[in-house]
Design a protein around this ligand. Sequence first.
Ligand SMILES: NC(=O)c1ccc[n+]([C@@H]2O[C@H](COP(=O)([O-])OP(=O)(O)OC[C@H]3O[C@@H](n4cnc5c(N)ncnc54)[C@H](OP(=O)(O)O)[C@@H]3O)[C@@H](O)[C@H]2O)c1
Length: 280
Amino acid sequence: MILISTAGKVGAEAARLLADRGVPVRVLVRDPAKVTALARAGVDVVRGDLGDPSTVDAAVEGVSAVVLVSPAVPAQELAVVDSAVRAGVDHVVKITSKASADSPIARRRGQTEIENGLIASGIGHTLLRNNAYMQNFLVLAPSIAGTDGFGSPTGDGRVGMVDTRDVAAVAAEIATDPAPHKGKTYWLTGPESLSYADAATILTEVLGRRITFHPLTFEEQERALIAAGLPEAVAAMNAQALSLFAQGDSDWTTDDVHAILGRSPRTFARFATDHASAFS
Ligand SMILES: NC(=O)c1ccc[n+]([C@@H]2O[C@H](COP(=O)([O-])OP(=O)(O)OC[C@H]3O[C@@H](n4cnc5c(N)ncnc54)[C@H](OP(=O)(O)O)[C@@H]3O)[C@@H](O)[C@H]2O)c1
């Protein structure tokens, strides 16, 4: 049995892929009513909360591998690691980002704390240090649909964006057969590094109407994210991460998705085509 710790973008897709393959898979969710499609697909849906260790202990029972993905609150993810150690879990696939102890972004410092705790636990593990997700563009979809444009503080910075469906496929593959990946770190990216102006050009081609990109300041981005409903601290972190893109912080690509899956990662054009209705 493989446990996926949440059913967000990566977790829900990983659970679906494993269920499709006939691999026993369980997902921990706060609200099972949100994931009825996963239950119908054969996923064992258990109600729980990463903030409630007794529900985590129940979810890891009988599990051989955990895909550890969540908003990455260190105390919560480290409690999952503790629980996995107690339950004799063999392997943890940790979804992480460009983690670093001295990053200006609190979430990346938190990811380092979790990675270090996981490594120190002695449990088998693989780190998936992913570049930014293409699915972040879905947050911009209402603006693109309504105004044919979008803004961000990314300047001319390029980003090796990866589709969360490919992250999920890699996590599912490693959780199913962890041995070749024990102790390894992979840096998952898409096939190309794109600026937000490049993304606008691709959206224009795919959607068949002109989509424009306009630069925002950090403050304008932070205000827009708060207006979109994000808590202030999260809005500040996301605006900070987007501003770092302008400095080339995420201008990197690797062959890791291809090396693990034996196929190329999805392009941004593929992502845009598959989500065209959201942008229209
Ligand atoms: N976005 C990026 O560009 C990017 C890039 C690299 C790495 N990452 C990493 O990817 C991870 C996020 O993955 P994701 O995008 O798949 O997540 P996501 O789509 O944002 O989903 C988060 C999920 O966590 C659930 N959740 C939150 N708190 C919970 C709790 N206390 N107990 C149980 N479930 C809880 C939410 O469920 P509810 O429906 O109950 O709220 C939601 O389903 C983070 O570690 C992030 O650092 C992100």
